[in-house]
Design a protein around this ligand. Structure first.
Ligand SMILES: Nc1nc(=O)c2c([nH]1)NC[C@@H]1CN(c3ccc(C(=O)N[C@@H](CCC(=O)O)C(=O)O)cc3)C=[N+]21
Ligand SMILES: [Mg+2]
Length: 291
């Protein structure tokens, strides 16, 4: 059980943020603009508040402008759409993120599709999903993008690898499968109706777990030497204490894998780093410059 099996997403993300900060400095000194990210939080979900605070802090650390909008739980869809319209028109805002989930009176997909696709740094707009599916130049969802960078850093060329993505959400599973397909992997998308999930996972060189079920994937489901990317972030109680665990049972998986991401410290920090990267990409495109 060697140490280096455990992928240090936190360190990788920190390195990426250093590179981003250097490019932000060039945007300012050479091109005279500051990339700006607006994050909109509706309601009081405590977990969401933590993520939004981390995003704001890391945005400023990278030298970007951070705009935070905190709206009450009772906000109507019309009020939220009015804010999006204002941010779409604001030249200082190059990226817009509306924190999910939204309160139930609001149709999330309608809100996401109201964001200017070129400012949609989550990559959730239907136009960006379409661009990803058809090989266009869009904005790629942060979590799958971060997972892909970790995999390429570890394995280099991914062509011909068998990847099993567990989970079919629009925000992780589907775009992850698309990215792996674009890298010429053979991709299986598994989900709650998949027959014999352990059997599917056993064929995988690469497993991406994004189901939101604590410790579901067991070590005996894995092929010897598989690479496991654990996207799950589940808060559980164990021995009377709150604990953060992934979708993979880390203890049983570790002896079987060639590499695995931990939770915390794996995919989570990459998601925020890729959000900053997307903001930089969006800003550079809006300004028509190469950084
Ligand atoms: N429009 C939208 N875009 C998102 O990207 C989005 C969202 N809504 N809603 C909530 C989820 C969740 N999310 C995380 C980001 C970073 C960590 C992260 O940095 N986690 C750390 C620490 C976790 C902790 O200690 O709580 C880690 O895994 O090491 C986790 C979760 C982004 N999300
Ligand atoms: Mg994201």
């Amino acid at each position: 059980m060697s140490e280096q099996k455990i992928i240090d997403g936190k360190a990788f993300a920190a390195k990426l943020r250093t590179k981003i900060a250097a490019q932000v400095a060039v945007a300012k000194s050479k091109h005279g603009f500051t990339p700006g990210l607006a994050v909109v939080l509706v309601g009081e979900d405590p977990a969401s508040k933590v993520y939004v605070r981390n995003k704001g802090e890391q945005t400023k650390e990278a030298g970007m402008a951070s705009f935070e909008y905190k709206l009450p739980e009772s906000t109507s869809q019309a009020e939220l759409l009015a804010l999006i319209d204002k941010l779409n028109k604001d030249a200082a805002v190059h990226g817009i993120l509306v924190q999910l989930p939204l309160p139930k009176q609001i149709d999330s997909q309608a809100v996401i599709n109201a964001i200017d696709p070129d400012k949609d740094v989550d990559g959730f707009h239907v136009v960006n999903a379409g661009r990803l599916a058809t090989g266009g130049k869009g904005l790629v969802p942060c979590t799958p993008f971060g997972c892909l960078l970790l995999l390429k850093d570890l394995l280099g060329d991914l062509a011909g690898k068998h990847a099993v993505v567990i989970g079919r959400s629009n925000i992780v599973g589907k775009p992850m499968a698309q990215l792996l397909l674009n890298e010429s992997c053979t991709v299986t998308i598994a989900h709650s109706k998949t027959r014999d999930l352990p059997g599917e996972v056993r064929r995988a060189d690469i497993v991406v777990a994004a189901v939101g079920r604590p410790e579901m994937v067991k070590g005996d489901w894995l092929k010897e030497g598989a690479v496991v990317i654990d996207v799950g972030i589940n808060r559980i109680e164990r021995d009377g204490k709150g604990k953060l665990v992934g979708d993979c049972d880390f203890q049983s998986c570790l002896p079987k894998v060639s590499a695995i991401t931990p939770v915390p410290g794996g995919v989570g920090p990459m998601t925020i780093a890729l959000l900053l990267n997307n903001t930089l990409i969006a800003a550079a495109r809006q300004k028509g410059v190469e950084l």
